[in-house]
Ligand binder design. Structure first.
Ligand code: GTP
Ligand code: MG
Length: 284
């Protein structure tokens, strides 16, 4: 555990975004355009992307894939499963209207699941570290953390890994997932604690089943992807106002992702992250 304060988040905040209802409608409509782009076992097989890329990272079973499905209002876009370790590749989803792409979401394999063989653990953690350090299009990271478990040692290592990039402008948000499992007092306590741990950084409560935090997070992602406020072609405010908010709650693992991994990356050697032998992510 590092005594250093965690990376603080960049402005503007989700709270600011939530003050503007147009932003929320636009954001939800935009997120609903998400479609599968590609899947790859490691960074060097990912295509080069020239638009902002937002990665969802965190412990196995934290709810990353479910969060992506909820935000995009699609039931089976990303793999989600009760069984930890379900996502084993880096999966990219393109966002944008009329065939255009103005941002990409990345669903990363989770870490910390004890039942995974040691070699697989090391490989996944290296894949993730390599991606976080070297992926040039990465402009934002959403760290999902189940507040019932708090930050794990591997979460702390991840925070240290991305600190230099956060200081250089990478956006960063901690989502306290499965907030529906906590009562109101526990939620308040968890939020305060995580804000302390992230040195006042951006932290939000999130529940896929109750859609808690969905509008705020959607608006924040929209702002991250469109920092100059420009509305992409084909996404008018009138169109956005009619966007459906079909809630994707808990998705199942029936989808198959068979995208072709193309392109190259200019990345350097992966940072060695120790396997998490102590903790185990128990399925809910
Ligand atoms: N109660 C509740 N359960 C949730 C929520 N989000 C996800 N889950 C459940 O948590 C389990 C794991 O969800 P996933 O989205 O597959 O988690 P993941 O972080 O992608 O897991 P890996 O791919 O293994 O890294 C599934 O059974 C989900 O239904 C939530 O907000 N509330
Ligand atoms: Mg997953």
């Amino acid at each position: 555990m590092s005594p250093e304060p965690r990376p603080a988040a960049a402005e503007p905040t989700a709270r600011d975004a939530a003050h503007d209802p147009v932003d929320t409608r636009l954001a939800c409509s935009w997120l609903h355009t998400a479609r599968f782009l590609t899947t790859a076992p490691e960074l060097r097989f990912l295509p080069t992307v020239t638009v902002p890329e937002i990665a969802f990272v965190g412990r196995s079973n934290a709810g990353k894939s479910t969060c992506i499905n909820t935000l995009t209002q699609q039931r089976q876009l990303a793999f989600a499963s009760k069984k930890p370790g379900r996502t084993q590749h880096i999966n990219l989803f393109a966002l944008g209207r009329q065939g255009g792409t103005d941002a990409v979401l990345a669903d990363l394999p989770g870490y910390g699941y004890a039942a995974v063989p040691r070699q697989d653990k090391i490989r996944w953690q290296q894949v993730m570290a390599h991606y976080l350090i070297s992926r040039e299009s990465l402009t934002a990271v959403v760290l999902l953390c189940d507040p019932r478990h708090g930050l794990t040692e591997l979460d702390e290592i991840l925070l240290e890994l991305i600190r230099p990039r956060v200081q250089a402008g990478l956006r960063f948000l901690v989502l306290l997932t499965k907030a529906d499992k906590l009562n109101r007092a526990e939620q308040t306590r968890a939020l305060s604690l995580m804000k302390l741990q992230t040195a006042g950084g951006e932290v939000r409560l999130f529940s896929a089943t109750r859609r808690q935090g969905v509008d705020e997070v959607s608006a924040l992602l929209w702002q991250w992807a469109h920092p100059d406020g420009a509305i992409p072609a084909g996404l008018t405010q009138a169109g956005a106002a009619t966007a459906t908010a079909t809630a994707a709650t808990t998705a199942t693992d029936t989808a198959t992702a068979t995208g072709t991994a193309t392109g190259t990356s200019t990345s350097t050697a992966a940072a060695a992250v120790p396997p998490d032998s102590a903790s185990s992510a128990a399925p809910d």
